[in-house]
Design a protein around this ligand. Structure first.
Ligand code: NAD
Ligand code: AHE
Ligand code: ZN
Length: 374
């Protein structure tokens, strides 16, 4: 039987380091357990740039990148029950099947249902829905939101309120949820705690929102780009620090500022040297450092084991420890209830055709989030 396909406009990453190129792709209709989604808006996250750079060991080309989207269900495959045509959804790069060992553990938001094929740029049946001239174009992080239409596994969709503005809550598909969730879920910051946030992009600023909500006593915001300080302070940072202004390691500076170190630190850059600083600025005996930033192939973290022997803890956080299908709709509702802002993150909006400008703005340190409108 001939495959049923439709056309979709997409920005394609043809190879590492190359600008994205607008293409008209063929998109195969959803198979059993899959869903066709029309993307209404998508943010551009540093992880998209990371993969495009060629540093991602899982980076596959040609691919349709993008993983911070919001859209509307257009068609469902056989057996799909949790979403219906017309539902508003946020694609999830961390699926939630509810049935795998991970989902059942109660210990993690990582889910194994589709992760293996997802990492190969494929749908769970081992094939791609995107193609051009009969050749496959790969999916990305199970989402591929830099396309007008995309196909996802049902388990990779959070069904959210239809009242929520998709051009804003798309940011909950990655950046804002990741930063806020890392503070409340992974770290569990308590009132009065001292917190250090390394890197003030979309992730770090969201961590500041989370820390403020958790009533942290002191929130130290660290970046080498001082243009980021104003927004960090508006969101709740009590101190701002530029490591370039000191002739000693930044961890020493922070330990001195805090009578022995912070209760929690968050690395929101993806720099392995900064990860060490973030660990070593933690208080002896109990300080915990959460790695959120993503580092390139071949890079490794290092510290003296004594740092851990003396009670500091190194942890990591993916998607803020949030279970997408069961917990993300609540983040959307909390935004709708006015608990936190998203507008302040959206420094730029543009059409998909201009998406390379979004990457340029990010690399120049001029944007927090660009939201692409379709
Ligand atoms: P971004 O580019 O918007 O922000 C990064 C910030 O780090 C910038 O403000 C930059 O000036 C600052 N910075 C760079 N080098 C620095 C240094 N040496 N010291 C201090 N600050 C420095 O990026 P983003 O979108 O906020 O993403 C941040 C990191 O988080 C990336 O590595 C991204 O891949 C990762 N990420 C991880 C998850 C996860 O689930 N773990 C989710 C989203 C993003
Ligand atoms: N492919 C990379 C790893 C990338 C990574 O760590 N991704 C984060 C999300 S970044 C979102 O902007 C994540 O959730 N990781 C857990 C997972 O299952 O991918 C590599 O190093 O191979
Ligand atoms: Zn992201």
């Amino acid at each position: 039987m001939a495959k049923e396909t439709m056309k979709t406009r997409a920005a394609v990453a043809w190879g590492p380091g190359q600008p994205l190129k607008m293409e008209e792709l063929d998109l195969e209709m959803p198979k059993a357990g899959e869903v066709l989604v029309r993307i209404v808006a998508t943010g551009v996250c540093h992880t998209d740039a990371f993969t495009l750079s060629g540093d991602d060991p899982e980076g596959i080309f040609p691919a349709v990148l993008g993983h911070e989207g919001g859209g509307i269900v257009e068609r469902v495959g056989e057996g799909v029950t949790s979403v219906a045509v017309g539902d508003h959804v946020i694609p999830l790069y961390t699926a939630e099947c509810g049935e795998c060992k991970f989902c059942k553990s109660g210990k993690t938001n990582l889910c194994s249902a589709v992760r293996e094929t997802q990492g190969k740029g494929l749908m769970p049946d081992g094939t791609s829905r995107f193609s051009k001239d009969g050749e496959p174009i790969y999916h990305y992080m199970g989402c591929s939101t830099f396309s007008e239409y995309t196909v996802l596994p049902e388990v990779s969709l959070a069904n959210i309120s239809k009242e929520a503005p998709l051009e804003k809550v798309c940011l909950l598909g990655c950046g804002v949820t990741t930063g806020m969730g890392a503070v409340t879920n992974t770290a569990d910051v308590q009132p009065g705690d001292t917190v250090a946030v390394f890197g003030l992009g979309g992730i770090g600023l969201s961590a500041i929102i989370g820390a403020k909500m958790a009533k942290a006593g002191r929130i130290i915001a660290i970046d080498i780009n001082e243009d980021k300080f104003e927004m960090a302070q508006q969101l709740g940072a009590t101190d701002v620090v530029n490591p370039k202004k000191f002739d000693k390691p930044i961890q020493e500076v922070i330990v001195e500022m805090t009578d022995g170190g912070v209760d929690y630190s968050f690395e929101c850059v993806g720099n392995v040297h900064l990860m060490r600083s973030a660990l070593e600025c933690c208080h002896k005996g109990w300080g915990e450092s959460i790695i959120i930033g993503v580092a390139g192939a071949g890079q490794e973290i290092a510290t003296r084991p004594f740092q851990l022997v003396t009670g500091r803890v190194w942890k990591g956080s993916a998607f803020g420890g949030v279970k997408g299908r069961s917990q993300l709709p609540d983040y959307v509702q909390r935004y709708m209830d006015g608990e936190f802002e998203l507008d302040c993150f959206i420094t730029h909006t543009m059409a998909l055709e201009d998406i390379n400008d979004a990457f340029d703005l990010m690399h120049a340190g001029k944007s927090i989030r660009t939201v692409i409108h379709f």
